[in-house]
Design a protein around this ligand. Structure first.
Ligand SMILES: [Zn+2]
Length: 286
C-alpha cells in the first residue's frame, strides 16, 4: 500500500484564512505556495478517504459548513471523506475568534457492481415480525455506540490490517445486488480468511460495542479511536473483548466467522465518522 501523501497543490482548490485576522501562512492560491501547509494535513484525498491535521488544542472543527466537535487536547483532528463525497471538502478550524479554512479537492473513486447470491432470503428482505423487532433492537444498540466520543488518539496514527493473511473478497463502496435485489452500497472492506483466524485491533481505542450475535452483523465489535472515528468488525465467530475495554494495536478482539448475513468466513471491516463512511484499508500503512 502506498503511504498517505502530504497535501500538495493539486489537493488545494482555494483557501480562506482569518476572519479579521492576519493569515497564519502564505496565501495558498498563489503558485508560489509550496509546503507550508495548514494543519499539517495528510491523508488520502479521495472519496472514502480521510485526513488528519493539527490546529489549536480544543479548537472548533467545522466541515462543509457543519459543526464537527472539537480538536483533541493536542490540537489533532480527523476528517472523513464519505463514499459519495462531493468533489471538494472545506475544513474550518476556529480558535479564540480566529477561523482558518482550507478547501480540498476530493478525487472520485470508481465503484463496481457486485452480485451476491445464495444469501438466506430473510436476511435480504426480512418480513417476520420477530426478525424486524430484532433488527430494530440491534439498530438501537449500534446507534447508541455511534454516539461515543472517547478521548483516544488512535485516529491520527497509521492503521495495520486486522488480519495478517487474507484475500480481498469485496471492495469498499461496491453497489450490491443481493439475491437479485439492488441493495445499499457495501460500506465494508471484505477480507476472506479461514474461520477462527484472529482479528487484531488496527490501532488503539476503546471498545464501545461487543455483541456476539447481531442479526445482520453476527459477532460485532466497534472500536472508538477518538475524534468520533469508529471502526467495525463484522461476522465474527467469537468476540473476545467487552464494551468499555481499551485495546492496544495488534490486540486480538475476536475471530473470523460467517455469522449474520454472510455466505462464508470473512471479516467485513468498516469505518464511520459521524454520518460519513470511509474505506478502512486507506488508513493502513505498511
Ligand atoms: Zn462486507
Amino acid at each position: 500500500m502506498e503511504k498517505p501523501e502530504g497535501l500538495t497543490r493539486r489537493h488545494l482548490l482555494a483557501s480562506l484564512s482569518g476572519l479579521g485576522v492576519a493569515a497564519a501562512w502564505p496565501a495558498m492560491a498563489t503558485p508560489e505556495f509550496d509546503a507550508t501547509l495548514p494543519f499539517n494535513l495528510k491523508g488520502r484525498f479521495v472519496q472514502g478517504g480521510y485526513c488528519v491535521g493539527q490546529g489549536a488544542p480544543f479548537a472548533e472543527l467545522w466541515v462543509d459548513g457543519s459543526p464537527r466537535g472539537r480538536a483533541a487536547d493536542d490540537g489533532w483532528f480527523y476528517v472523513g471523506f464519505d463514499r459519495d463525497s462531493a468533489s471538494s471538502c472545506r475544513i474550518s478550524v476556529k480558535d479564540h475568534g480566529r477561523t482558518t479554512s482550507v478547501m480540498l479537492a476530493i478525487a472520485p473513486t470508481a465503484y463496481d457492481i457486485q452480485r451476491v447470491d445464495g444469501l438466506p432470503q430473510q436476511t435480504v428482505t426480512p418480513t417476520e415480525p420477530d426478525v424486524l423487532e430484532r433488527i430494530k433492537r440491534d439498530a438501537e444498540r449500534k446507534n447508541l455506540a455511534f454516539t461515543s466520543r472517547a478521548l483516544e488518539d488512535g485516529f491520527r496514527k497509521p492503521f495495520q490490517f486486522p488480519l495478517s493473511d487474507f484475500r480481498v473478497s469485496g471492495r469498499f463502496g461496491n453497489q450490491r445486488i443481493l439475491n437479485g435485489t439492488p441493495g445499499a452500497p457495501h460500506y465494508g472492506f471484505d477480507m476472506a480468511a479461514p474461520a477462527g483466524t484472529p482479528i487484531r485491533a488496527p490501532q488503539s481505542g476503546l471498545v464501545v460495542l461487543a455483541e456476539p450475535d447481531m442479526f445482520y452483523e453476527g459477532g460485532l465489535v466497534f472500536i472508538d479511536h477518538g475524534q468520533g472515528l469508529i471502526s467495525m468488525y463484522l461476522h465474527q465467530s467469537e468476540v473476545v473483548v467487552r464494551t468499555g475495554q481499551r485495546v492496544y494495536p495488534g490486540q486480538v478482539i475476536g475471530k473470523v466467522g460467517a455469522t449474520g448475513r454472510a455466505t462464508g468466513p470473512h471479516l467485513c471491516w468498516r469505518l464511520k465518522w459521524g454520518d460519513r463512511r470511509m474505506d478502512p484499508s486507506l488508513m493502513v500503512t505498511t
